[in-house]
Design a protein around this ligand. Structure first.
Ligand code: CMC
Length: 466
């Protein structure tokens, strides 16, 4: 720590005396000057704690609701440059991975840091394929859900329930247990996802077909009827595989932060990943493509687009599938999806919603309201339309998002566990409530005379970011 005089010099000399990798802060309450080291473009929030008015004070904290400007970890899994629209996993561009890799290769890359060699990939694929079945008791567990249960609620419960089938996964420091949890999660989440759909439709569950690849097996578990063997259309299976790759990881988003936050308590990985599923359920995160489809259906026809966009500007509506916390440019994933759309539509029936989506995008990108706010289509704008073309019902969209994202959650969970700087997540707060109130016995409390039913609805709060 530099002395006050040295830091004062640093200010006078424009930072030359102490080097440029530091921040000099003057506390105007005391006149005290502090020098905070800058590393990787960040200052440590704990370094603020030394800034205080008196010795017995707690010290300065950073206030950052929704963590919009706080790095909570160091990570080598995924790189995003939101301004430039770049997404890379372990240094490989998403464009190249989508073109040249299978989803299981990308999952391996995320988790182990390198693309697998041939023998590594064979072993990895073998292990995943041989853990796709779920315990029959899980099937019984799913039977307990109402016929119309939302499949995402079922998946959430199913992933949480997996922890009870594999109690040894609690040994989170054991490399073998970790490996098995990674394999089981990636292998079984598609099975649970498909079972949730079949339950919802009143259809019998279809067991995994280990002769098919990852995406083909999922389509089989979803759509197989009476045929002896389901043969997926290779164009559709490839499009689904690409969607899986595109959704495999996306650095510290809401659900990944949930997995890391819950996992930081040293809970087993199934429970931590269940937290990720829960976070993904929300319409501002994984539920957005479902919301896009609902929006397109409400718009109904290309003629209604201008009126809809006016409502967005009036803030009566939100343009779902547009905007992103990180991308302030075209989401590269949206661009890749677009390249696969024609192929999918060739293999499936015409869908009028595609036309509405394309026109809506065109008009929004021509409109100063959206461009000035850097609102571009995100991955969810078109992914829902592809799922729809694959005849996957809307309520399954988020469930399908969870299948590949499981690989990212596992990779990030493992990285967190190996990071010596991490401890149980425990943010601070700015307390805004009362203090030291006198307790009043119930008979003496004053309040409205007549209370009937639940409290009045609160006014709708303004929409917040994810
Ligand atoms: N429609 C209309 N206006 C929007 C939208 C939108 N979709 N998104 C942002 N804005 C406006 C917002 O009202 C604000 O305007 P102003 O400055 O005048 O108040 C401005 O753009 C900045 O928005 P913000 O709320 O500060 O942005 P954010 O980073 O907090 O929110 C977001 C990001 C993704 C939550 C938001 O853009 C959104 O709700 N989009 C729709 C939902 C959606 O598509 N979510 C999927 C995200 S991609 C999937 C993933 O990676 O997980």
């Amino acid at each position: 720590m530099a002395t006050e005089q040295e830091t004062a010099n640093a200010v006078v000399n424009g930072g030359a005396a102490t080097g440029s990798e530091s921040l000099t802060v003057t506390d105007n309450r005391t006149g005290q000057v502090y020098e905070l080291p800058i590393s990787d473009g960040t200052v440590r929030a704990m370094d603020l704690r030394q800034i205080k008015v008196s010795e017995d004070e707690f010290g300065l904290m950073a206030y950052d609701p929704a963590f919009t400007n706080t790095a909570a970890c160091r990570s080598a899994v995924t790189y995003i440059d939101g301004e430039a629209g770049i997404l890379e996993h372990r240094g490989y561009s998403i464009e190249e991975l989508c073109e040249r890799s299978s989803f299981l290769e990308v999952a391996y890359l995320l988790i182990f840091g390198e693309l697998p060699t041939g023998p590594q990939l064979d072993r990895w694929t073998f292990d995943i394929v041989h853990h796709t079945f779920v315990h029959e008791d899980l099937k019984q567990f799913f039977e307990g859900f109402r016929y119309d249960a939302h499949p995402m609620g079922m998946l959430l419960a199913g992933v949480g329930a997996l922890s009870t089938f594999y109690p040894d996964a609690k040994q989170i420091e054991d490399p073998e247990e970790r490996y098995m949890a990674a394999v089981r999660l990636i292998a079984k989440v598609p099975t649970l996802a498909a079972f949730s759909y079949r339950h919802n439709r009143g259809l019998p569950y279809v067991y995994p077909d280990n002769d098919l690849d990852f995406a083909g097996n999922f389509l089989s578990m979803m759509f197989k009827k009476t045929e002896a063997k389901y043969e997926p259309d290779p164009r559709l299976a490839r499009a689904l595989e690409v969607l899986f790759i595109l959704h495999a990881d996306h650095e510290q988003n809401c659900s990944t932060s949930a997995v890391r936050g819950v996992g930081s308590s040293d809970v087993d990985p199934y429970s931590a990943v269940a937290a990720g599923v829960a976070a993904l359920y929300g319409p501002l995160h994984g539920g957005a493509n479902e919301a896009v489809l609902r929006m397109l259906r409400r718009i109904e026809s290309v003629d209604n687009i201008p009126a809809f966009l006016e409502k967005v500007k009036e803030r009566e509506e939100k343009l779902m599938g547009f905007g992103h916390r990180v991308y302030k440019n075209y989401d590269p994933r949206a661009r890749i999806i677009q390249q696969h759309m024609d192929e999918v539509f060739e293999a499936t029936e015409y869908n009028a919603l595609v036309e509405i989506a394309r026109e809506l995008e065109k008009r929004a990108l021509d409109d100063e309201y959206f461009t000035s706010r850097k609102l571009y289509p995100n991955v969810d704008f078109y992914s829902g339309i592809i799922y729809e073309a694959l005849e996957i019902p809307t309520e399954m969209f988020t469930v399908i998002f969870a299948i590949p994202r499981t690989a990212g959650w596992v990779a990030q969970w493992m990285e967190m566990n190996d990071d010596p700087e991490q401890k149980i997540a425990r943010p601070r707060q700015i307390y805004t409530g009362d203090r030291g109130r006198d307790y009043v016995p119930v008979a003496d409390r004053k309040g409205p005379e007549k209370i009937v039913g639940p409290p009045a609805r609160r006014p709708k709060r303004p929409r917040r970011g994810a």
